[in-house]
Write a new protein. Sequence first.
Lengths: 322, 350
Amino acid sequence: MLSILSPIMRIIEIPLQALQRRFGIQRLAWAFLLPNLVLFGLFAFLPIILNVIYALTGGDNVLLGDRPFVGMQNFQTLGACSNYLDPNTCTKDLFWRAVWNTVWFVTLQVGFMVGFALLTALVLNRDIRARGFFRGVFFFPVLLSPVVVALIWKWILQRNGVLNAGLEAMGYDSFAWLVDRGWAFTWSVFLSVWAHMGFYTLILLAGLQAIPRDVYEAALMDRASPWRSFTKITLPLLSPTLLVVLVLALIKSVQVFEEVFAFTGGGPGSATTFMIQFIYQTGFAGAPRLFGLAAAASILLALVLVLLTALQLWANRRNVDG
Amino acid sequence: MGKIVEFMTRTRGGGKMDWTDWLTYCYLVLGILLMFGPVIWLVLSSFKTEADLQRFPPRFLPYAQETVMVDGYEDPLPLFQITAGEYEGRTLAQLRRVGLVAQMIDPADPETRLRVDISNREPLEHLSLAVENYTGLFERFNFLRFLWNSTFITVMATVIMLLVNSMAAFALSKYKFRGRMTVLAIVIGTLMIPQTVVLVPLFLITQQLGMLNSLWGVIIPGAATPTGVFLLRQYMITIPDEILDAARMDKASEWKIFWRIILPLSAPAIAVLAILAIMWRWNDFLWPLIVLSQTENFTLQLALNSFQGELNTEWSSLLAMTVLTLLPIALVFMFLQKYIATGIASTGGK
């Protein structure tokens, strides 16, 4: 591999050597940074600023020069609601449905996922055989693509699927799972827990293994019950890791889109439409393309994410300080 | 079997299993069923014929009906075992079915047509892998095109990302220049804003650069990840500066120091990042969905997603395609499990 790159590397060396002679060693750092900074500026930094401009302008033109300034109108459209708890009273009812769906989804998904991840980590932390294998079993769905995850479960849940066959074998009626609003949502939560749990299990397992053994041995000497050593030793010592896991899971969960979109397409109706899908639909999927509205919604989402990230940094620091 | 049970039930201390051990293994077995089961079911199903897939309740293993070539008929005829009635016990080939009655012939005596009630016949079947599900992908769909698009995006994006990120990480870890902290702060700052919340302006910029509907539009915007710079910088800091000084004494240029010394020494971190990048790009969905709107530019993920809507019921092709899409990742995982686990745990994200 290196031998193929060798001539390319030599060609790059020529201008860099000239720069080095001209500006000296320390300032050459900028040359190394340049490609990354250009990409960063164009695709990470500039978009943040442009997003604000989009949110403050209207129309369905993507070019900024053709977009009339509308002030806070996009935010007002999103926020026009006589009762925030009832999306039917809102101008943009889909937005509020997406908001409430996301709130419910995040609560359930993060709750179940962190709960099961903790349970799994505790099980894997016991003296079991083939721990590496079992860790892999719980971890591998993390690597599957969202579309693959969605199709795997769609195939199981479809009308002639294996789940319905099992139900009929046990004497129940088969059921059109993804046509029912409640079940489609429930399965979306399940699928998301299934796909991402392994990642958090891994982090929690690392946290558990960092707890020194002798603490437990001391507790055993004092005849502490297993439950007592769990609540008095494991949980307090694991709590910094647990906090990090919780915040990480929240950040990911708020951005739920890909696997559920491939799974249900946001339906039936809008039962599984979440924030990102609202942004995608408003800005990219339908006509007219309401870029301003999409940008306004994504700024609101970004605020939530910044808040959560601040929480994460705080949790990380607490973790390091111990 | 007894050996397996003995192996499974032995606890580490060599002592007896108590109820918590039983509970533990129950949980693990349930875990295997729930985590592996769906994927195994997918793979098994992908080898079934379309007719077998429509069958309810489904069977575990893939079967295919036996057929026979009979003189005077161009296509092979399906074989049936007759279970009741006049011709009980014979094996007949079916010509056609009219309502509840099937017209059948004995392959040994193709002239005489027999009428059999369809409830009196059972298809003759044998275990068989419907490989045509897979070969059909290459014949009927633009599968190679999608495969190429996905591979091209994954390889190019990974190479560009590794080069650009390692250069930046080198600058941030081995030089003391003015503005270093500002750059580092910007890197951390962008960690907070994921791609998902700047989709609209990202779309504009990509369009203005003429990269809409081109594979480069997927490759370039994802190349400068803050995660990559971070991971590599943390690793490069641990490389002692004395090595660099020694190289400078020997009049090596800075670029040579970078790719002859720093890059080879950072190989473990680069390997981890490479695996992560391959996974991210291969599985990427939302951004390609926005950038690529023409079918010939679709990645495997996009193709899968659009076909599940279009084909609707043609599961045989869809399942085969799903298996082929997850195969590369499954292989990478099998060989590099340890690296992936540590890589993901240390960067805190996928």
